[in-house]
Design a protein around this ligand. Structure first.
Ligand SMILES: N[C@@H](CCC(=O)N[C@@H](CS)C(=O)NCC(=O)O)C(=O)O
Length: 203
């Protein structure tokens, strides 16, 4: 199986972390591709052109992070890597965590446009959303601490990209979240998936 990723994409990182956490390195080949590129090899596997994408063989490709997580959990025999709809609070929390990651991606994308094209209104909207969401996560940190599964991995990757790309960090207002992040960042899966290109850039 091939897992298509870019080096810097936080959604890709979620999938890469899961591959390591689930011990699937031997059967999942990580393939780095380009996105927003009409010549990308990924387009031969999925018209969406987005990462992560998991090619299963026989022209079957999963191109949604939650689906990929669910599938990886399935083949690893660890179905609780994603929340079950039977545990509705966990299920809702997981959706919230993925939406936090999505929101940081929107903010990063906007911030990287040519200066004249950046919408300050959008930036401020995303900043306000981020502050609100981190406040909520500070209250809900026990949920993140319980298990390092999709919800927690999404937040770990979201907070990392927010720090590296936007200089937006958990601060004194979020001490529990900050401590949780320090702890999870020391995991082998998080260490092995640090975006190397961003690491080399000045922060
Ligand atoms: N909802 C998708 C989001 C994936 C996504 O937005 N990926 C970004 C990189 S973080 C991407 O591939 N962007 C390329 C593009 O928009 O063409 C998922 O859950 O997998």
């Amino acid at each position: 199986m091939k897992l298509f990723c870019t080096e810097n994409s936080p959604f890709s990182r979620v999938a890469r972390v899961l591959v390591i956490e689930l011990g699937l390195e031997a059967i999942i080949e990580i393939t780095t591709v380009t996105v927003r590129d009409k010549h990308s090899q990924l387009l031969a596997y999925t018209a969406s052109g987005k990462v992560p994408a998991l090619y299963l063989g026989s022209s079957r490709t999963l191109c949604d992070t939650r689906m990929i997580a669910q599938y990886l959990g399935h083949i690893a025999g660890q179905v609780n890597v994603v929340a079950s709809v039977d545990e509705i609070e966990d299920y809702a929390f997981e959706g919230f965590c993925l939406s936090v990651l999505e929101s940081f991606c929107v903010w990063v994308r906007e911030a990287r446009r040519d200066p004249g094209q950046i919408s300050q209104q959008l930036i401020e909207l995303e900043r306000a959303r981020a502050i609100r969401c981190l406040g909520y996560l500070e209250e809900q940190v026990e949920r993140l601490e319980q298990r390092f599964t999709l919800a927690a991995i999404a937040i770990a990757c979201a907070l990392d990209i927010a720090d590296r790309r936007l200089g937006f960090t958990t601060d004194k207002q979020h001490p529990k979240l900050q401590q949780w992040l320090v702890n999870v960042n020391s995991r082998a899966s998080m260490q092995a998936s640090v975006p190397q290109k961003l690491l080399q850039q000045a922060r």
